[in-house]
Ligand binder design. Structure first.
Ligand code: NAD
Length: 466
């Protein structure tokens, strides 16, 4: 038995954030990871997906270069170089992996290579060794959900695990994306912009981001994708796929009837499930709910077993790396005997890195109304924004939902750099700012952020350019 102050089970964003933060507070930490430190986010999720989205953006920009006064030599048409895009994607992941490994070493976190299991006394067993701790944090993460009977072969039928690690020499010519949530929308955006004939099959009535964002901003993305060539089928029920000589046949039914679609690749992006089936929870007395999530007190992140905590995708909170970071901080501070404020799950930042990007924090208009608020809503399109025109990207909208005469309840964006612009809105929502206060603050001219300032000013009944 080796003793530490803290044993962390899993080395993804939740796990490494817990380990780094605890080590910075002077705790001795062991972190068990069976694959590479960095987890889904670094190796099969956020980072590689965003690298591919950036490749698509560069390709799109080069395609529009002539509009900006940059001429390609006659007869030259830009084309995607998929292996080069993936080489760059892999290079970024490797660099971040080396950086993270170095940081863990410098903080003297003991990284134990292997599969850990909780033991009856709340310790963690790995390959014959037992790591005991004053406290344990479970950060077991999640894996892609799959469709029963649809075999994932990693070539023709793939999940985001494969799509973020593609080593093929070219893009598929035709792709079907099953599930129009965050992953489906991001990959539909990449593929469509890279010239792949892309069909999105979503079970719910809205085909693109049906759950989560305010409809007004999600619809701007849906319209942009459709205009660029994505074929979107809402209310689609996908049947059993069949391998054909040329690819995969995907049968599906919508209210309009039955169809069959032959594609070169199917991406299954219908959500993720917690990876908790073999972590020894039962032996340790850690309760798991019927969906497989570790049960925690959302305020403290402690499980049903005192001294054992859980954070990240293995608990039923938003499956976002930055939420896992925030949860890791709360859990470690609890272990340190402090009394941190709980994570405010209704107000976390959400970003979908599609083109155009979608981002939000707080309540949608529909949620605010359903919660019984008397709401006031103002919107400002990017169409007249000088900076957006200069970029050539005027597809976008700012939407602010406030309680009439009261604070900002929700902040919604779609458009260029929404991912970066969001944080002003995130602060407004979390500090419960009044639109009149936010409207007094100066936004640089010309900037995309001006559209946010303009929206806030509109709440006064007056306006500048709005
Ligand atoms: P999701 O839950 O966002 O979307 C899944 C979609 O699939 C839903 O719209 C659902 O209605 C649909 N669906 C389910 N079963 C279906 C079926 N049989 N046929 C057709 N459609 C079906 O899940 P995701 O996109 O797989 O993402 C998984 C997780 O990863 C989420 O927790 C997400 O927050 C996280 N993620 C976040 C980001 C980001 O923050 N930018 C990016 C990627 C993933």
């Amino acid at each position: 038995m080796t003793d530490y102050d803290l044993v962390v089970l899993g080395g993804g964003p939740g796990g490494y954030a817990a380990a780094l933060y605890a080590a910075s507070a002077g705790l001795s930490v062991a972190m068990v990871e069976e694959q590479k430190v960095g987890g889904t986010c670094l190796h099969r999720g956020c980072i590689p997906a965003k690298a591919l989205l950036h490749a698509a953006e560069v390709f799109r920009t080069v395609g529009h270069a002539a509009e900006h006064g940059v001429k390609l030599p006659a007869g030259v048409t830009p084309e995607p170089d998929w292996p080069a895009a993936n080489k760059r994607r892999a290079g970024i992941v490797n660099q971040l992996h080396r950086g993270l490994s170095g940081l863990l070493r410098r903080r003297k976190v003991t990284v134990v290579d292997g599969r850990g299991r909780l033991t009856a006394d709340g310790a963690v067993a790995v390959d014959g060794d037992t790591l005991g701790g004053r406290a344990t944090i479970i950060c077991a993460g999640s894996v892609p959900r799959t469709i029963p009977g649809m075999e994932i072969d990693g070539k023709r039928v793939v999940t985001s695990d494969h799509a973020t690690n593609d080593e093929s020499d070219r893009l598929p010519e035709r792709a079907a994306v099953i599930g129009g949530g965050v992953i489906g929308a991001e990959f539909a955006s990449v593929y469509t912009d890279m010239g792949v004939q892309t069909t999105l099959l979503e079970a719910l009535p809205h085909g693109v981001l049906p759950i989560g964002p305010d409809r007004d901003v999600a619809d701007v993305l849906a319209r942009s994708l459709t205009r660029r060539g994505t074929v979107v089928h809402p209310e689609a029920r996908v049947g059993a796929v069949e391998h054909t000589g040329g690819g995969v046949m995907v049968p599906f039914e919508t209210p309009k009837g039955s169809e069959k679609l032959e594609v070169d690749q199917v991406l299954v992006s219908i959500g993720r499930r917690p990876a908790t089936e073999d972590i020894g929870a039962q032996e340790a007395g850690v309760r798991i709910d019927e969906r497989g999530f570790v049960d925690v007190d959302p305020a403290t992140l402690q499980t049903s077993r005192p001294g054992v905590y859980a954070v990240g995708d293995c608990i039923a909170t938003p499956g976002l790396a930055h939420v896992a970071y925030a949860e890791a901080v709360v859990a470690v501070e609890r272990i340190l005997g402090e009394d941190p404020p709980p994570v405010d799950y209704g107000k976390v930042p959400w970003v979908v890195y599609t083109h155009p990007e979608v981002a939000w924090s707080g309540m949608t208009e529909a949620e605010a109304r359903a919660a019984g608020h008397d709401v006031e809503v103002h919107k400002h399109a990017l169409a007249g924004n000088g900076r957006a025109m200069i970029l050539g990207e005027t597809d976008g909208l700012v939407k602010v939902v406030a309680r009439r005469g009261g604070p900002i309840l929700g902040f919604h964006l779609v458009g260029p750099w929404a991912s970066e612009l969001l944080h002003e809105g995130y602060l407004s929502v979390n500090w419960e700012a009044l639109p009149s206060e936010a409207g007094r603050l100066i936004h640089a001219h010309p900037s995309l952020s001006e559209a946010i300032g303009e929206t806030m000013i509109t709440f006064s009944g007056r306006s500048l350019h709005g």
